[in-house]
Design a protein around this ligand. Structure first.
Ligand code: UFG
Length: 333
């Protein structure tokens, strides 16, 4: 069975490719390398012992997407391609709406034309917006997002839900919480091209001496120690969740939404503390003002995925901190 993975050489995509290949699927990757590099395909092969087929293409380009579908005949699609920098999306909303919506529509039209009925979509916990109640459950009404990136995820969820209602598409929407960590081999990981926006890659760059100190955005939130709480999930667990979702989509029709998280939240200060302890290193930090748009607290109710997909996380917060640091020291994170 051949799975088309858009954005397959990115941070999350490369880990999904490894898990799919390890589970016996053939993998075709489509990526424009705008935020990744072609060498990643070689690392995927090195880890799994199997090679994905790679197409360098712009997923908004109808003709190239169509030609790829004709050639590789996928049986299912896992769609990750898209821009994902929250801050940039505020300054360049049109870039985000144009690219993220266009590549999804192009892909769905190609799937319909070529009779490909299975779709797994990479969504985000950001679609919940600011809720009164925690943890987040899949049946909660989503709320307005504070940035265009999050809005593109909400709109795409809507497009997929409407398309699935027509009967030909079976889709699974996965709402990621905060993916961190790296593959044990250290060969693939998160390697932001510019200064990282997210906490774990920032801590890691401080740890390896690339950045001098971390800014903790706010210590006056209504949380246990005043800093923001998030549900960090190891990227390998997250990738395994996609394999389970794919298996699920093969025997069902319609649309189903699942949170992919651990169900536990850690504060920024707790994360720093664990990182320092497991890696035996000091992370210098300063308290800075709150970052606009940040929520005090976000964590998943992860029980639906456990019940219906037979999936739950296995790796701990210590594993996440250890693997992020190890990959960075090898130069991939
Ligand atoms: N933080 C800092 N310093 C930093 C970076 C982050 O203190 O340098 C804090 C934030 O204020 C927040 C926590 O660390 O309290 C986590 O921030 P991240 O930027 O790592 O993650 P976010 O929860 O803000 O956002 C992430 C992804 C989004 C996604 C969202 C889903 O970046 O794409 O999770 O909930 F939508």
């Amino acid at each position: 069975m051949n799975v088309l993975l858009t954005g397959g050489t990115g941070y999350i995509g490369s880990h999904i490719a490894v898990e799919l290949l390890n589970s016996g699927y053939d993998v075709t990757i489509a990526d424009d390398f705008s935020n990744s590099s072609p060498e990643v395909a070689g690392y995927i092969t090195k880890i799994s012992g199997k090679s994905p087929i790679v197409y360098e293409l712009d997923a908004t380009d109808n003709a190239s997407v169509d030609a790829m579908f004709r050639e590789c005949l996928p049986n299912a699609v896992i769609h990750l391609a898209g821009f994902k920098a929250v801050g940039e999306s505020v300054f360049a909303p049109l870039k985000y709406y144009r690219n993220n919506l266009d590549c999804t529509l192009t892909l769905l039209e190609a799937m319909e034309r070529h009779g490909v009925w299975r779709l797994i979509f990479s969504s985000s916990a950001t679609v919940y917006g600011n809720q009164e109640r925690l943890p987040y459950t899949e049946d909660m009404q989503t709320r307005e997002c504070s940035n265009p990136y999050g809005s593109t995820k909400q709109i795409i969820e809507r497009i997929i839900t409407d398309t699935s209602a027509n009967g030909w598409l079976s889709s699974v929407i996965l709402r990621y919480f905060n993916p961190v960590g790296a593959h044990k081999s250290g060969l693939i990981g998160e390697s932001p091209r510019n200064e990282p926006n997210n906490l774990m890659p920032y801590i890691t760059q401080v740890a390896i001496g690339k950045l001098p100190k971390l800014k903790v955005y706010g210590n006056d939130y209504p949380t246990s120690d005043g800093t923001g709480i998030r549900d960090y999930i190891h990227v390998v667990d997250l990738a395994k969740g996609h394999v389970k979702a794919l298996e699920y989509s093969l025997t069902r029709s319609g649309v189903e939404i699942f949170n992919l998280g651990t169900g536990h939240g850690y504060s920024v200060l707790e994360l720093i503390d664990i990182y320092e302890r497991v890696n035996n290193i000091k992370i210098p930090f300063v308290i800075a003002p709150r970052r606009p748009g940040d929520l005090p607290e976000s964590y998943a109710d992860a029980t639906k995925a456990e019940k219906m997909l037979g999936w739950k996380t296995e790796l701990t917060i210590e594993d996440m901190c250890r693997d992020s640091y190890a990959a960075a020291r090898l130069g991939t994170s």
